[in-house]
Design a protein. Structure first.
Length: 363
């Protein structure tokens, strides 16, 4: 096979602009594929790493919410064929550890994956660490085959990318971690891609009351259009009090914090009705602290964390794909702005300013 190269946005130092450079990909090994990138969403997680809020070795290539076309297959790959349209998810099951076998594959303990991520990509002949097993801000991605899921022609590449992270995270948080039931009340805090996925999933479960809270008016309106019954501007209202007024009781059955702010996590817990569950899916620094009222805790309220809604990628995401095709989930409308890879730094600034819902890099 001829040398495999790709233009990529390389992060050399957190907080500094990325540069467009040529990287090299090794040949796909056993169980690996090369995907030609079509669309990448800029996730809040990417913004955190770009700013240096979470340590990661540099240089690296960010991006993990992606879609594209299978270009090469390594030995042993049978799930996908060359030419298949696929989405990419960074939650990659080994299928053999206890977590995977018990259905909690987001906590997969496979250590070999991290070793593979250290040798896949190189810059000027020097290997560098692949970001979250994906490094999508490049013309090509070298991936575990278990990271890719075929998508039908009815699904756009943009929708596929969003199903690789934000839309799936929000939906799985409601369906899996919160285990929401028909007739319950749901509060979603933060109406970006993840929050709007949660709003739609809450509607799909038959929630009787879906409250969306976000400081940005355009995001609150997007939530209304996708199924929210009520909206709150948290900058002008006391959120727990407003929730109690809307529900006519102590609070909601399910609260989802989709921002990654410890203070909002405390508010989510305070907004629960007795027996309610607050799910923290927003990514927070590991040294953050969340304080809860012991009095509220006594009445059966719970606070739980969740990685990507505890999604079972190879089972759940194909179901969500079918829901998009069938109109039960909306994906394309979440992709509100598009930039070329050459303008990645402007795209990151745009995403940081929360001017739309999801900022996309198009190839």
């Amino acid at each position: 096979m001829a040398p495999i190269t790709a233009r990529a946005a390389v992060l050399h130092e957190p907080g500094k602009p990325m540069t467009i450079e040529q990287i090299e990909l090794r040949e796909p090994g056993h169980g690996e594929v090369i995907v030609k990138t079509a669309s990448v969403g800029i996730c809040g997680t990417d913004l955190h790493f770009a700013r240096g809020l979470f340590p990661f070795p540099v240089p690296t290539v960010l991006g993990h919410e992606a879609s594209g076309v299978v270009e090469h297959r390594g030995p042993g790959v049978t799930r996908v064929q060359v030419g298949d349209r696929v989405l990419v998810c960074d939650q990659i099951p080994c299928g053999q550890c206890g977590s995977c076998l018990s259905g909690r594959m987001v906590y997969c303990t496979d250590t070999g994956r991290k070793q593979r991520q250290r040798s896949r990509l190189s810059l000027d002949g020097d290997p560098f660490r692949q970001y979250l097993g994906v490094s999508a801000l490049a013309e090509r991605m070298l991936l575990d085959a278990a990271a890719v899921i075929p998508i039908p022609e009815q699904i756009s590449f943009e929708a596929g990318a969003l199903l690789g992270c934000c839309l799936t995270t929000g939906a799985a948080t409601i369906f899996n971690t919160a285990a929401a039931r028909p007739g319950q009340s749901v509060l979603v805090m933060g109406c970006g891609g993840v929050g709007l996925g949660a709003v739609q999933a809450a509607k799909a479960t038959g929630a009787s009351c879906i409250i969306a809270a976000d400081p940005e008016a355009h995001r609150r309106q997007a939530a209304l259009s996708l199924g929210a019954t009520d909206i709150i501007d948290p900058t002008s209202e006391d959120l727990p009090a407003a929730v109690a007024t809307i529900t006519g009781q102590f609070g909601v059955d399910v609260a989802v914090e989709a921002v990654g702010d410890p203070g909002l996590a405390e508010v989510a817990f305070a907004a629960l009705a007795p027996g309610g569950r607050a799910v923290i899916v927003g990514m927070m620094p590991s040294d953050s602290e969340i304080k809860v009222s012991a009095g509220l805790l006594r009445h059966g309220r719970s606070l739980v964390g969740s990685v990507m809604g505890e999604v079972r990628t190879l089972h759940d995401i194909p179901a969500y794909v079918r829901m998009v095709v069938g109109g039960q989930l909306t994906a394309d409308e979440l992709a509100t702005h598009r930039w070329p890879l050459s303008e990645i730094n402007d795209a990151l600034d745009h995403a940081s300013a929360r001017r739309g819902i999801r900022t996309m890099i198009e190839f």
